[in-house]
Design a protein around this ligand. Structure first.
Ligand SMILES: [Fe+2]
Ligand SMILES: [Fe+2]
Length: 281
């Protein structure tokens, strides 16, 4: 099937319960092969917020859906200085996942999550040398035909987030991270953090980037929205390594409604957008 529901920035503590309930119903009905949550599970890394995020993940798993998540900058305590610097992700590991480099592999997919949230910076992300080695090692051991997907909270690229705001900061060690991703033959990069849906070929953003398709998710359930965005998630159907359908599901006040499908084909040295017919699942 090779379908992925890509959610991000669920921000329990700043969530809309009606949106959460509708999201769960939608996902359990549609039965993706994997649910990816690309960070910011909570608003302020408080225990009650983690308990709600944990219950959300538990309900999806009880509905038969595997969940792969990575922490976001909001999942590191901000004001509790001891906790922030001594054990920044202890609550994440207790309530969400002990594993900070989660891995999912199936007949068609190989998906790796990497933690980019750090204690020393409030908002910005970073990748370290060990993580780059893990990216290379894990994906290089995967059969060629599988679609290789890397999940981070912070996008690896500077992203356009609005005409006035310009481009965002790039992830720390950006150049080396891109080399690792290119060496690993990653097909799709999934991230969040900016609460805006976005998709583009990596090579159209940075000429020496590898051949990945960059897919950003908006916030799925937070009430903190950019002016022209609604809560949303991405529905990704990887037909092969070189053909992917992407559909954005947006909250319409009552339910999550699917927007038009876009087909992305890999041709030459990069991904190109084409209009796709709706897919029979
Ligand atoms: Fe966020
Ligand atoms: Fe974030």
């Amino acid at each position: 099937m090779a379908t992925i529901a890509h959610l991000s920035d669920v921000h329990f503590g700043r969530h809309d319960p009606a949106v959460v309930a509708a999201l769960e119903t939608c996902l359990i009905e549609r039965r993706p092969e994997l649910v990816v949550v690309s960070g910011d599970f909570t608003q302020r890394a408080r225990i009650d917020q983690y308990e709600e995020a944990c219950a959300f993940v538990d309900r999806l798993e009880a509905g038969g859906l595997p969940v792969l998540g990575v922490p976001g900058n909001h999942d590191v305590p901000l004001y509790d200085v001891v906790r922030r610097f001594v054990r920044p992700l202890s609550r994440y590991r207790r309530y969400i996942d002990e594993e900070l480099c989660p891995w999912f592999e199936s007949e068609r997919l190989a998906v790796l999550g990497i933690n980019t949230a750090r204690s020393l910076t409030i908002k910005d992300g970073r990748i370290n040398r060990d993580q780059m080695r893990i990216i290379r090692d894990r994906f290089n051991a995967v059969p060629e035909a599988k679609t290789r997907i890397l999940v981070t909270h912070h996008p690896l690229f500077a992203m356009p987030i609005g005409e006035e705001e310009g481009l965002t900061k790039r992830v720390g060690r950006h150049e080396d991270a891109l080399l690792a991703v290119a060496d690993a033959g990653v097909h799709i990069l999934l991230a969040g953090h900016f609460h805006r849906s976005y998709v583009r070929s990596a090579r159209d953003m940075v000429e020496n980037a590898g051949p990945a398709l960059v897919i950003q998710a908006g916030t799925a359930t937070s009430t903190r929205l950019r002016a022209d965005e609604v809560q949303s998630f991405n529905w990704i159907h990887a037909h092969r390594n070189d053909a992917i359908d992407l559909q954005v599901f947006g909250w319409d006040g009552l339910t999550f409604a699917g927007g038009s499908h876009a087909r992305y084909n890999f041709e030459g040295d990069r991904w190109h957008a084409a209009v796709a017919e709706p897919v029979q699942e």
